[in-house]
Design a protein around this ligand. Structure first.
Ligand code: SF4
Length: 478
């Protein structure tokens, strides 16, 4: 479900081995005369398919032989010793994701405009990316080799889109037959081998809600603590999702779901000592219900899925508001200690020169999605009142995807273009997640440079932690 570096899947052919992309100066790899574009094909006689294989096969080994395919076509063996903890000083190509074999009713690919860039149509489903980045997979087409690999290489935790433990419902949602949809044996095998799992339910009204959801959560909770947590996130339909089997999520549906799941959450806290089943932030916001407390989320097991982001932000914001400059400049942001004397500016503009132009300015515009804007606006008003700043929050409607899409992370260049005239002050902040992680472009293909050129002021791309640190800089400057 993630856009992370999927382009190679459709542009590159796979050859055996893993390609080196960088060699650190002065490193062991440089001493071994390894170079970018070399391909490590075998380690101690075992074949290497990707970075994870390389990591697994070198772990703890002090006597090593690399079989390397050089760019001139030569294959050489390099034998060497190293200290157990000695780093190689190597960077590798990104993993090429494997594709899914499902036809999910709610698949994000069906919600794209026809002219969206090709990488948005790539359906990645890869247990390696699940382990590395928390990407969810359905396990419905996982191979025996992949199952063995999870166990042998301890690729734990895995993130699994369960959606429903009722088999008919799961098969219907995934658009596959029941045999393929049935992952009960696979889940059991992973659990038996002490692989931890985090589960996800994409909640579709009238399909996997109500009693089906209750059964799903109870079934998953029965495997706690090996199934560590479950995220329940609402289906988000763009204006291109016209499948009439899908029903849009309404405020009333959200309130009903909160009520139903709250009863289970209470039960789980009593019996398991954890909330276990976490509802997506959008459900509370859309339902007009207060976001649960800090304690509700424990150690935020589903924060990578965006669940608990709002509470985490509010907690950090409260600390920021209550921070005084008297005495120590050490600020604890929800467990992260920041010394504002040595880390004064956490703004991360792509153009490093721009960081110095307006660090003292307290007049600017923060752009976000329509969902989060009212919450951010309320917090920012308190901040302005306390520090005399003039920060203005602007909700950016998502016209590119339309429909129910109101999260900040799916805003596009054209959405930003639509609100340029409404920006006030000396700078504008955009959500960092709207920029592709490995390339400075937005979801609609607009480059970050083009986006910056639309505004007459500095543009900072910040995530929520970056925003908090940015505000801290503004506060100190007052
Ligand atoms: S079909 Fe389902 S599993 Fe495959 S990419 Fe789409 S939502 Fe994910």
């Amino acid at each position: 479900m993630y856009e992370f570096a999927v382009t190679p899947a459709v542009t590159q052919l796979r050859r055996p081995g893993v390609i080196i992309t960088e060699v650190s100066p002065g490193s062991l790899a440089e001493e071994l005369e390894l170079a970018p574009s070399d391909r490590i094909v075998r380690v101690n006689g075992r074949s290497v398919r990707d970075y994870l294989d390389f990591r697994f096969q070198t772990a703890g080994e002090t006597e090593l032989t690399f079989q390397v395919k050089k760019t001139d076509g030569q294959t050489i063996d390099i034998e060497f010793d190293r200290d157990e903890s000695e780093d190689f000083g190597l960077m590798f190509e990104q993993i090429v994701p494997r594709q899914c074999a499902n036809e999910c009713l709610f698949c994000f690919c069906k919600g794209n405009p026809d002219d969206a860039r090709p990488s948005l149509f790539v359906r990645d489903e890869d247990i390696r990316l699940s382990f590395l980045y928390g990407n969810y997979t359905t396990l419905s087409s996982i191979t025996e080799d992949e199952m063995n690999r999870i166990v042998e290489q301890r690729l734990s935790p895995q993130y699994v889109s369960v959606h429903a433990t009722d088999l008919k419902t799961r098969a219907y949602l995934l658009g596959v037959d029941e045999k393929r949809a049935d992952i009960s044996d696979k889940l059991q095998r992973l659990l038996d081998n002490d692989i931890e799992l985090h589960a996800q339910v994409v909640l579709c009204p009238e399909i996997n809600d109500g009693k089906i959801l209750e059964k799903t959560l109870r079934d998953l909770a029965s495997h706690f603590p090996k199934v560590v947590s479950t995220a329940v996130v609402p289906v988000a339909l763009t204006r291109y999702n016209t499948d009439d089997r899908l029903t849009r999520v309404t405020p009333e549906f959200c309130r009903r779901t909160i009520k139903e799941v709250e009863m289970l959450q209470k039960e789980f806290r009593k019996t398991l000592g954890t909330t276990f089943a976490f509802l997506g932030d959008e459900i509370y916001i859309k339902g007009g219900v207060d976001i649960p407390s800090r304690r509700h989320y424990g150690n935020y097991p589903q924060i990578e899925d965006g669940v608990g982001m709002v509470r985490s932000f509010l907690t950090k914001f409260e600390k920021l508001l209550n921070t005084s400059d008297r005495g120590s400049r050490i600020v604890d942001f929800d467990g992260v200690t920041v010394d504002v004397r040595t880390n004064p500016v956490a703004m991360r503009p792509r153009n490093p020169q721009s960081a110095t132009r307006n660090p003292q300015s307290a007049y600017g515009t923060i752009l976000t999605g329509e969902m989060f804007a009212p919450i951010l606006s309320e917090q920012t008003s308190q901040f302005n009142a306390a520090h005399g700043s003039r920060l203005h929050v602007l909700a950016v409607p998502n016209t590119y995807f339309g429909g129910d899409v109101s999260v900040a992370g799916l805003l596009t260049g054209q959405d930003y273009r639509n609100i340029v005239a409404q920006v006030e002050g000396d700078f504008v902040v955009i959500p960092k997640h709207t920029i592709k992680s490995d390339e400075p472009i937005l979801l609609d293909g607009m480059s970050f440079d083009e986006l910056k050129s639309m505004f007459d002021v500095e543009v900072y791309d910040l995530d929520t932690d970056g925003l908090i640190e940015f505000l801290n800089t503004v506060r100190r400057a007052r």
